[in-house]
Design a protein around this ligand. Sequence first.
Ligand SMILES: Cc1ncc(COP(=O)(O)O)c(C=O)c1O
Length: 403
Amino acid sequence: MNAPPLNPALFHLDEDHLWVMHCSEGPVPRAGMRAARAFMQKELQPWDVRWEEDFQGIPAALRAEAAALLGGRAEDISLSPTTSSGLVAVAQGFPWEVGDEVLAPLGEFPSNAWPWLALRSRGVAFREVSLWEGHRAGVDAWVGDPPRAEAEPEARLIEAIGHGTRILALSWVRFQDGYRLDLNRLGQACRERDVHLVVDGIQGVGTVPVNLEGLSAFATGGHKGLLAPQGMGFLWTEAAFRQALAPSGTWLAVEGATDFSRPSTDFQREWLPDGRALEPGGPNLLQASTLLESLRLINEAGVPAIAGHVARLQTFLLEALAGSIWHTETVRLQALLQSGRLGSILAFHHGGRGPDFLNRCLKVGYRQGVFASVREGYLRVAFHGFHTEGDVERVAAWLRSFA
Ligand SMILES: Cc1ncc(COP(=O)(O)O)c(C=O)c1O
């Protein structure tokens, strides 16, 4: 197999910690730690913090790197601490009318539910759509059936679009079952119906190439596939959609905000037309400098190369598990993988064995130095560009040990 597109030596991972759970929290490269340290050194001596290089330069470089990652324009990027905060900016800024509706797949991660549910008092409904036969969520999450390659979730979502639907809000790659939706098919259908497609992209970005065609907004935090600490991410908005949103109303969202030759108390100003109009205030330079390093590494390696590598490792693992107690799941997941329905999460359904079984699997894994995660009936194994074939062999040995 080819060398991993992200050199494992760039990270602080060791033999005792095989981390296959960037779908919870990604490891940060050493370069991010160096950048954070260098920035904090400047903060110790604030006379070293440069206006153009740091205060303006770091956010500008981060917007440019995020745009390169998404294949978009830097002026459409708003730096935003989390996926939630990006979606909240859209939810709070959208020109709602009483009776409007947000449509979403059943069982979204709460970051893509609460921003819309918070609109109830403004007369906006939130309606969930089941994506396949036997799909369950909420208190029934563990008794549901997993997605199969024959499922047609996009058709169900498009069919469910109603008279009052203004926004279709969904996760590109789902957090529990790892299923990847076809954004461009949905985007096209939304455009044809005058509906906006708003995407929670955190479980796909960094490991799956993005195509923004047909989307109105794409929000992500930086702490999973983007390999940065919690607390810094970004929101991309399509220009015309953004113009319809109310701005954040922060002091940096207006023209000439940092031109101190003009009184800051002069409030006769226009809102900025670009993504900065949706930013939450003064930039978090410490966080921005670490995410910037991670994005540089990812862009340099290239997301298509990372995605290809991850798919090869996934195939290798599924083949290695043939004939084990996971056999039925390997067949289901192979079919999903081959039909382009997976991101970086291989989510093994419990198949009626229940939470105790999956938690026991996890604990045995921890003792062997293999760190995976469980969510809503699935054992999640997530590979990234820094994993190796040897890592897959260790995961396979761990999973094959259950009879
Ligand atoms: C699909 C999805 N969206 C969002 C998040 C995180 O949201 P935030 O960036 O707001 O913390 C997660 C995981 O924590 C997730 O799996």
